[in-house]
Write a protein that binds this ligand. Structure first.
Ligand code: UD1
Length: 416
């Protein structure tokens, strides 16, 4: 049996680090993944005056006492989706923030109007000028905010600003993703008063003072865990996926069982083994948590390509998240995409060729396709994969995969 240990959650760490800006003191964050998105967030925060000290391989001491600017307008801002958390964190601390528009993977239109709606409800003005967002509030005052769409980013951003507002903010129709709970737990340890994180109504009572000296450990990465569970399933492997929270994986576990993969949950690990007989087709719709995560849609598509019959995937979050299917077609995949639905005619062999990672999770799907395809697959643009997977090549090699990295070049110009 192979074993793989899952790293800390990218999307939790990308919220926890900016949250530390609210205190102007020192705190310690454990289980921080060593990935490109975190490097970028650290570079952005360092440019504001934050001092990071690495303690051991995955622990960061974060000192935000020297921050005196609310301008986050460097080049790296538009290379990172989560740079938008600088809005809530700086607004909360300084009542003012100037940030460059965030970047992120290209899945079609990705507005941030719900973030603005929340900040405005708390009393901030939002002015967009020359590609920068300028937020300012004489007084931040708690208010009810109803999100028109369930947005992870807006939920976290409004929480960040609301912890330093006067009075009560109620976020209704809030997102419930595990990392929202992790970030709320961190903020509460710093002295915030947040109740209801993980449900669709979050109540934040503003506090005057917050404290440092906190040690917080980031939760395991739900999406990295899911990627390895699918990789193990697709290769008919016998793999123990360690350092996971099985409850976070339930939507995937249910689908793997349906596809005829054996999944056994333990306290903090999940054992994947092949089922008896072939893979079964399945229909999957991505939804906000606790639904099936959109970020696992590309990897699981590769598994469905191995199941005879027609499987469907309906993308419930983004307008345009099937572009990577074109790459997999080069490997022999039979897929028809119609709007937000992909019909996969599985059971045909995939064959290796040169393909491109178009974004982070599409890149993971390319790797999985390479693992199950006949012959050799070459994947270009792997800098996208570096954004969110720590030591992917090393972890897969330890599980017995024949995979190597040819060069280590980053395409710093890519707008991912
Ligand atoms: C976060 C994750 C991303 C994941 C996504 C959905 C981070 C850094 N990224 O992205 O990996 O794929 O959640 O689980 O944590 N929307 C609006 N207006 C807004 C905000 C969002 O219309 O103001 C729409 C989006 O276009 C999208 C949907 O709401 O269709 C969900 O977006 P959201 O949950 O905000 O995703 P992100 O925070 O960008």
């Amino acid at each position: 049996m192979g074993e793989v240990t899952i790293s800390g959650a990218k999307n939790a760490a990308l919220g926890v680090l900016p949250a530390a800006l609210l205190i102007g003191e020192v705190c310690t964050i454990e289980n921080v993944p060593d990935i490109l998105d975190i490097t970028r967030m650290k570079n952005i925060m360092a440019s504001l005056g934050v001092v990071f000290q690495t303690v051991g391989h995955d622990t960061l001491r974060v000192d935000t006492s020297g921050v005196s600017t609310f301008h986050a307008t460097g080049d790296e801002m538009h290379r990172l989706r989560a740079s938008y958390y600088l809005m809530g964190a700086l607004l909360g601390r300084f009542h003012e923030a100037v940030i460059t528009f965030p970047g992120g993977c290209d899945f079609g239109n990705r507005p941030i109007d719900q973030h603005f709606k929340g900040f405005e409800a708390l009393g901030a003005t939002v002015v967009i000028d020359h590609g920068c967002i300028h937020l300012k509030a004489e007084h931040l005052v708690g208010a009810p905010v109803y999100l028109d769409v369930v947005s992870v980013g807006a939920t976290i951003n409004i929480m960040l600003a609301a912890v330093r507002a006067e009075g009560l903010t109620t976020i209704e129709n809030a997102a419930k993703e595990p990392h929202i709970v992790d970030i709320a737990n961190f903020l509460n340890a710093l002295g915030a008063d947040i109740k209801g994180a993980g449900t669709d109504i979050i109540k934040v009572r503003g506090v005057r003072a917050m404290n440092g000296g906190v040690v917080h450990s980031i939760i395991p990465d739900q999406i990295e865990a899911g990627t390895f569970m699918v990789a193990a399933a697709a290769t008919r492997g016998n793999v123990m996926v360690k350092n996971v929270i099985p409850k976070h994986m339930e939507s995937l576990t249910a689908k793997l069982l349906e596809i005829n993969v054996q999944v056994e949950e333990r306290d903090d690990c999940i054992h994947i083994r092949p089922g008896n007989g072939p893979f079964m087709k399945a229909n999957i719709k991505t939804l906000p948590y606790p639904g099936f995560p959109t970020d696992l849609q590309p990897p699981v598509a590769v598994l469905l390509m191995l199941a005879a019959g027609v499987s469907t995937i309906t993308e419930g979050i983004y307008d345009n998240r099937f572009k990577y299917m074109e790459e997999l077609r080069h490997m022999g995949a039979e897929v028809q995409v119609n709007g937000r639905t992909a019909m996969i005619e599985g059971g045909r062999p995939l064959s290796g060729c040169t393909i491109k990672a178009l974004d982070l999770r599409a890149g993971a799907a390319c790797v999985l396709a390479g693992l199950v395809a006949e012959g050799e697959t070459e994947i270009l643009n792997v800098q996208y994969i570096d954004r969110g997977y720590e030591n992917l090549v090393e972890k897969l090699t330890a599980l017995g995969a024949d995979i190597r990295r040819e060069t280590r070049t980053f395409c710093e110009d890519s707008n991912d």
